[in-house]
Design a protein around this ligand. Structure first.
Ligand code: ADE
Ligand code: ZN
Length: 340
């Protein structure tokens, strides 16, 4: 079969996708109409033209303007259900979904309403599409530290039903170091959550060191600029990086895929997985991210197998579930082949 067919049929896990970053232009237009609001675009074609960025800041302005149409619990339930439908289409078995709790609170959706919406969507994803979701509430780097601490303290009642596994950190990286939110991370760790942070994307290695050593994160979202510091690459031998290749190109972290650092990181033994981040905003779903990497670096079948496996084994899912998915993945690799 072709590479595209192989990747499409391959059972997959995704460790890094944002709930609000997965809003398709069609869904945004539907919600805008429902709430009598306007968007920066009036058709999906116009959206595709507007989704061009010079940097992370440009993107954050666009995603925030688009997601202003998400107004209530029902909208979140609808979007999370759509995320389940999309996962099934791509043969994604398990997704770690990042939730922009602070953004939604700023636009008037209480944390409780967000969580009720997420839980409803998660259950629909499971029952209608057989897809498993975990939730990673994201702290906003640019928010006041006490606001993030308060968010961490309010998650507990929702932990089980939303399957909250970790606390993350995202938004503008330069000028907003992870250590500002040390207290929130300390509290999250005390409550037993895993800790992860977007770092080494719009800012360099110092931001990754800070997330590891000051904020105490055990995983890094992106981390692709680690290659600028060989000592840091050594430090990452047991730190999982959730890499988002097409996102990095869209936000000009690298000029093209040939210059992307993922292969260098893989060759150095750093555990990585492939992810889509905010797919409609970067015009690339999970399958397309895999395909771009395999084609550009002419990855051999065992390298693709290792990448796909890594997304399951380094995930926050329970070992028993991981074992089942790995069995399915290994069977798929032994029964199928692709030609590049
Ligand atoms: N929020 C959504 N996508 C993001 C990214 N790539 N970097 C930082 N914050 C984000
Ligand atoms: Zn992200």
């Amino acid at each position: 079969m072709t590479l595209q067919e192989f990747i499409s049929g391959m059972p997959k896990a995704e460790n890094h996708i944002h709930q609000d970053g997965a809003t398709s232009p069609e869904s945004a237009l539907y919600l805008a109409e429902r709430h009598g609001m306007t968007l920066p675009f009036s058709t999906p074609e116009e959206a595709a033209q507007r989704f061009q960025y010079r940097n992370l800041g440009d993107f954050i302005r666009m995603i925030d303007a688009t997601n202003a149409v998400i107004q209530d619990e029902e909208d979140i339930a609808y979007l999370v259900t759509e995320l389940g439908r999309d996962a099934a289409t791509q043969n994604i078995r398990y997704r770690e979904v990042m939730l922009s709790c602070d953004f939604h609170e700023r636009t008037g959706i209480s944390l409780d309403a967000q969580m009720r919406g997420f839980i409803q969507g998660r259950e629909a994803a499971k029952t209608q599409f057989g897809v498993e979701f975990a939730c990673i509430p994201e702290l906003d780097r640019t928010s006041p530290p006490e606001r993030n601490l308060s968010l961490v303290n309010r998650l507990e009642p929702w932990r089980k039903d939303a399957n909250i596994v970790a606390v993350g950190l995202d938004s503008a990286e330069a000028g907003y170091p992870a250590h500002r939110h040390k207290e929130a991370f300390r509290r999250a760790r005390e409550l037993g959550y895993y800790l992860t942070a977007h770092a080494g994307e719009a800012y360099g290695p110092v931001s990754i060191w800070d997330s590891l050593d000051e904020a105490g994160c055990g995983r890094i979202d992106h981390g692709v600029r680690a290659v600028e510091d060989p000592e840091l690459v050594n430090r990452l031998d047991h730190i999982f990086l959730t890499v988002c290749p097409l996102s990095n190109l869209a936000l000009k972290v690298f000029p093209d895929m040939e210059h992307h650092s993922i292969k260098q990181l893989m060759d150095a033994g750093v555990p990585v997985s492939i992810n889509s981040d905010d797919p409609p905003f970067f015009c690339g779903d999970l399958n397309e991210n895999y395909e771009a990497v395999v084609r550009t670096f002419r990855l051999a079948k065992p390298e693709l197998h290792a990448l796909a496996k890594s997304a399951f084994t380094n995930s926050y899912a329970p070992q028993t579930m991981v074992n089942g998915w790995i069995q399915e993945l290994d069977d798929y690799f032994s029964e199928n082949d692709f030609i590049l």
